[in-house]
Design a protein around this ligand. Structure first.
Ligand code: SAM
Ligand code: DTB
Ligand code: SF4
Length: 330
């Protein structure tokens, strides 16, 4: 492959690129599996300790009742999923859950809300949660939907470490999954978060019915952002009864590992998370995903509304694989 060293300032390594083409990404997906994994794992070792894994625990602080129509989501008010809407959780309950997560070994606490966008008084409550969780000595992440510039700056001022806002899929396939906000809306929120100086957590979902070309296209959009998201969650669809995607087949482990490896090659210095869907994959497939460049997971028995492996099971898996918790980077 041609060197792109001249496209970058002298201090930027040549493999941190923002000029990926879809043809290049598709060519990575088409590599023999061993060649793809060899390249991905080599880069993984250049940028990370290959035996470390970052542990984030999720908490849904606002359940259900969301006006958006994301076809995969248990919390959209448009589908009969049986999931009950609740009020925003109180600060004491959030702090109690974060305390338990920290004691179990989580480094980051990620709080999600089923909103299209936060109202300003709702954001005030979330700012208190961020400050309290930081006070426990944990990294913080929130995912609240779309933000305006002022909201992003207020979150930054409260000391928020990460904002999660996913692209979910390719721009081409996006309209099949969500119609109540545009791809550009998502890119605009990501720009506001980045400009406020908050680290970006942005990735997508596999198994929505997308093609390999869509997977490649989504990774190109992520890698060609002005800065690579510091955290890239790759979720497998958790098929939710009552949603339009309830009967989707889960994707095959080999196809999944190809996405992880390609993300690792295209964004070598980013933490890539094997996010939702680990219960669908056996431990050998998870081990292969860690080899291919995944170095983060959601840790704790619940995602937002659905189950995740129990902490004790994960600790046993990490022991078997010789994986240790990642030392948070400054
Ligand atoms: N409401 C906010 C939003 O959508 O931006 C924040 C919470 S939302 C649940 C966060 C992300 O979770 C979604 O963008 C999607 O990528 C992921 N997600 C939601 N439901 C999922 C499912 N059933 N399977 C896999 N990922 C899912
Ligand atoms: C992300 O990329 N995955 C998380 C988090 N960001 C907010 C959500 C996964 C949700 C899985 C389905 C559920 O539990 O409802
Ligand atoms: Fe609402 Fe977020 Fe679910 Fe979409 S993914 S329906 S915005 S909670």
């Amino acid at each position: 492959m041609a060197s792109h060293a001249l496209d970058h300032p002298p201090h930027a390594p040549a493999d941190i690129r923002h000029d990926w083409t879809r043809a290049e990404a598709e060519a990575l997906f088409a590599l023999p599996f061993n060649d793809l994994l060899y390249r991905a794992h080599g880069l993984h070792r250049r940028y990370f300790d290959a035996n470390e894994v970052q542990l984030s625990t999720l908490l849904n602080v606002k359940d259900g009742g969301c006006p958006e129509d994301c076809k995969y989501c248990a919390q959209s008010a448009r589908y009969e999923t049986g999931f009950k809407a609740k009020k925003l959780m109180g600060l004491n309950e959030v702090v109690a859950k974060a305390t338990v997560a920290k004691a179990a070994g989580a480094q980051r606490f990620c709080m999600g809300a089923a909103w299209r966008a936060p109202k300003d008084h709702e954001l005030d409550s979330v700012l208190d949660m961020v400050a309290a969780v930081k006070g426990l000595g944990m990294e913080t992440c929130v995912t609240l939907g779309m933000l305006d510039g002022d909201q992003a700056r207020r979150l930054a001022a409260a000391g928020l470490d990460y904002y999660n806002h996913n692209l979910d899929t390719s721009e081409e396939f996006y309209g099949e999954i969500i119609t109540t906000r545009t791809y550009q809306d998502r890119l605009d929120t990501l720009a506001r978060v980045r400009e406020a100086g908050i680290q970006v957590c942005c990735g997508g979902i596999l198994g929505l019915g997308e093609s390999v070309a869509d997977r490649a296209s989504m990774l190109v959009t992520l890698a060609n952002l002005p800065a690579h998201p510091q955290s890239v969650p790759i979720n497998l669809l958790v098929a939710i009864e009552g949603t339009p995607l309830a009967d989707n087949q889960t994707i095959d482990g080999i196809d999944f590992v190809r996405v992880i490896a390609t993300a690792r090659i295209m964004m070598p210095a980013s933490v890539v998370r094997f996010a939702a869907g680990r219960l669908e994959m056996d431990e050998a497939t998870q081990a292969l995903a860690f080899f291919a460049g995944a170095n983060s997971v959601f840790y704790g028995e619940k995602l937002l509304t659905t189950p995740n492996p129990a902490g004790a099971e994960d600790r046993a898996l990490f022991d078997r694989l010789g994986l240790k918790p990642m030392t948070p980077r400054a």
